[in-house]
Design a protein around this ligand. Structure first.
Ligand code: NAD
Length: 512
C-alpha cells in the first residue's frame, strides 16, 4: 500500500484534484476577473501552502446568473428522480475513490486529524447515498376533497436557485448537507465555502462535474464573506440562502435577504450543555464529556462546552477529567499519533487566549490548559492550544454564555433535577444537549423539556443523515438532513384537477 503523504505542501494528487482554476461558473473552470487570489495557511505550521482564486463581485453575479439561467431552462429541474439519484450515487462512488486525497486536503486546510477527515468523507458519502434514496421514495400527497371528479394533490418542486454558504470547521461535510438535497430536489446552486478552508469543496465540485452534474447546475465561487457575501445574499434571482456559520453573520444575512423575501435557512452556533447526574455511568460519562468538548479542538458547533454536573460527584468528576485531559495528544493532523489538531487560525488562537483571560478575571478556576500544550516537538508556527478546563463557573460568566468555539470546558454544578434543567435551558442558543443518568424516567423527562434541536441521552455527538439537524432559539431556523432537510429545497404546490368540469353556477343572474 502507498505510504500516506505527510508533507505539508500540496502533492501531485492534491493538485490534480484541485486543478489550477478555482471558480466554476456555467460549467467552466476559471480564475477571478481581476486575477485576485488568496493564500491559505496550514494550521499546523502557520505557513502558506496553497493559493486559490478569489471571486470578484462580478464573478459572484455571473455565478448567480448561470444558476438562474440553468434553473429556468428547466432541463435539470425536470430530470427524473431516477436520473438525479443516479448522479448522486456516482458522486458517492467517486468520493470513495478519492477519499484519501479529499481527507488530506481537509486536514491541510483545517488542521483536524486525518482520522477525523476520513470520517468526514465517509459521512459525506452517506449523505449522498441517503439523499439518492430519499428523493427516489418521495411521493406526492393526494387530498380527498369529497368530489370524485377532483384529483387534488400536493406536489413538491425544486425551489430554484440556492446560495449555499459554509463554515470552516467541517468544510466539506457542512457543504454536503446542502448540495446533496439541492441536487436531489432538482435545484441549482451557487456554493461558497469558507475562504479559510476552500480546498475540499473545490475538489468535490470537480468530482460532481465528473459524475455528470450538468454545466450551470452547480456553480462555485471563492471569497471572503464581506466581499462577495452581499452580492450572493441580496439578489432577486436567488430563491433560497442556506447558511451555516456564526450568529452575527447569520443575522446580517437574514436582514439582507428580507429585502427580496428570499427564504433563509440558518444553522448557527451553539453553547451546548452536557448534564451529568450522580448516578450516570462514570467511565463513559467522563469519556464522553472529554470527547464531546475536545474533539477537533472544540471547533464543533455541537461541542458540549458546558459541563453541568451534580454536586455529589462534581469534585471527583472534574479531577478525573483533568487527569484524562492531561494525556490528550494535541498535534499535527497528519501525524497518526495526534488525537486532536491545532486551531484553524491565529484568529481562533487569539480568541481562546482572550476567553482564558476573561474566565480568570470573572473568577472561574483554571484547572487545566489555558495556553499552548506543554510540548517542545510541535511546529513553532502552528496554532496550538491545550484542552482547557475551568471549574466553579457561573451562568453570568462570558465563558459560559458565549460560544467560544475552541477547546474550553466550563463546569457548573447543580443539586436538583429542576436546577439541572434550568441551567441546561439557560442559553440563547439551542443546538444540542447531552444528559447522562441511570434513571431512564428522569432521562426521558429531561429530553422532553430541554429546548435544543438534538438531545443525546447517555451518549454524545452522534448524528445520522436520516434524522433532522438544527437549532432552537439563536441556533438558527430550518433543519438540515432527514425529510425536513430535503423539503427546505422544495416549493410546495397544490394542484386541483377537475376531471369533469361543470359551470361554477355562482353568478346566475342574467339581464332580461
Ligand atoms: P462565519 O459566520 O464567520 O462564516 C461562515 C461563512 O459565512 C463563511 O463562508 C464566510 O465567508 C461567510 N460570510 C461571512 N460574512 C458573510 C456575509 N456578510 N455574507 C455572506 N456570507 C458571509 O462562521 P465560521 O467562523 O466560518 O464558522 C464558525 C461558526 O459556524 C460557529 O458559530 C459554529 O457554531 C457555526 N457552525 C454551525 C453549525 C450548525 O450545524 N449549526 C455547523 C458548523 C458550524
Amino acid at each position: 500500500m502507498a505510504q500516506p503523504d505527510i508533507s505539508h505542501h500540496l502533492g501531485p494528487s492534491d493538485s490534480r484534484l484541485i486543478g489550477d482554476a478555482h471558480l466554476y461558473i456555467g460549467g467552466e473552470w476559471r480564475g477571478a476577473r481581476d486575477g485576485g487570489t488568496r493564500e491559505l495557511t496550514n494550521p499546523a505550521t502557520g505557513e502558506v501552502f496553497a493559493t486559490v482564486d478569489e471571486a470578484t463581485a462580478d464573478d459572484a453575479r455571473a455565478a448567480i446568473s448561470a444558476a438562474r439561467a440553468t434553473f429556468d431552462d428547466g432541463e435539470w429541474s425536470s430530470t427524473s428522480v431516477t436520473e438525479r439519484a443516479a448522479v448522486l450515487r456516482t458522486i458517492a462512488d467517486l468520493l470513495v475513490r478519492d477519499k484519501a486525497t479529499l481527507a488530506r486536503l481537509e486536514t491541510l486546510d483545517t488542521g483536524k486529524t486525518l482520522a477525523e477527515s476520513v470520517i468526514d468523507v465517509d459521512d459525506v458519502e452517506s449523505v449522498f447515498r441517503y439523499h439518492a434514496a430519499l428523493i427516489e421514495t418521495s411521493a406526492d400527497r393526494l387530498v380527498d376533497v369529497g368530489d370524485p371528479a377532483v384529483v387534488s394533490r400536493v406536489i413538491r418542486e425544486p425551489i430554484g436557485v440556492c446560495v449555499l454558504i459554509a463554515p470552516w470547521n467541517y468544510p466539506l461535510l457542512q457543504m454536503s448537507w446542502k448540495i446533496a438535497p439541492a441536487l436531489a430536489a432538482g435545484a441549482t446552486v451557487v456554493a461558497k465555502p469558507s475562504e479559510v478552508t476552500p480546498l475540499s469543496t473545490i475538489a468535490f465540485v470537480r468530482i460532481c462535474e465528473e459524475a455528470g452534474v450538468p454545466p450551470g447546475v452547480l456553480n462555485l465561487v471563492q471569497g471572503a464573506g464581506p466581499n462577495i457575501g452581499p452580492v450572493l445574499t441580496d439578489s432577486p434571482d436567488v430563491d433560497l440562502i442556506s447558511f451555516t456559520g456564526g450568529l452575527t453573520t447569520g443575522t446580517s444575512i437574514a436582514q439582507t435577504a428580507a429585502r427580496h423575501v428570499t427564504k433563509v435557512a440558518l444553522e448557527l452556533g451553539g453553547k451546548n450543555p452536557h448534564i451529568v447526574f450522580a448516578d450516570a455511568d462514570r467511565e463513559s460519562a467522563v469519556d464522553h464529556v472529554l470527547t464531546g468538548v475536545f474533539l477537533h479542538s472544540g471547533q464543533v458547533c455541537s461541542a458540549g462546552t458546558r459541563l453541568i454536573v451534580q454536586d455529589d460527584i462534581a469534585d471527583a468528576f472534574v479531577d478525573d477529567l483533568v487527569e484524562r485531559a492531561r494525556h490528550i495528544r494535541v498535534g499535527d493532523g497528519l501525524d497518526p499519533t495526534s488525537e486532536t489538531g491545532p486551531l484553524v487560525s491565529r484568529t481562533q488562537l487569539d480568541k481562546m487566549a482572550a476567553y482564558v483571560r476573561s474566565g480568570i478575571e470573572s473568577g472561574a478556576v483554571l484547572r487545566h490548559g489555558g495556553g499552548p500544550p506543554d510540548r517542545d516537538d510541535l511546529h513553532p508556527g502552528g496554532f496550538w492550544f491545550a484542552p482547557t478546563i475551568f471549574d466553579h463557573c457561573t451562568r453570568t460568566m462570558p465563558i459560559v454564555r458565549e460560544e467560544t468555539f475552541g477547546p474550553i470546558l466550563t463546569v457548573e454544578r447543580f443539586t436538583s433535577e429542576a436546577q439541572a434543567l434550568a441551567l441546561g435551558n439557560d442559553t440563547s442558543y439551542g443546538l444540542a444537549a447531552g444528559v447522562r443518568t441511570a434513571d431512564i424516567a428522569r432521562g426521558e423527562r429531561m429530553v422532553r423539556r430541554l429546548r435544543h434541536g438534538t438531545v443525546w441521552l447517555n451518549d454524545f455527538g452522534h448524528y445520522t443523515p436520516r434524522a433532522e439537524w438544527g437549532g432552537f432559539g439563536a441556533s438558527g431556523n430550518g433543519r438540515e438532513l432527514g425529510p425536513t432537510g430535503l423539503a427546505e429545497y422544495q416549493e410546495i404546490k397544490h394542484v386541483w384537477h377537475n376531471t369533469s368540469p361543470t359551470p361554477a353556477g355562482w353568478f346566475t343572474h342574467r339581464e332580461p
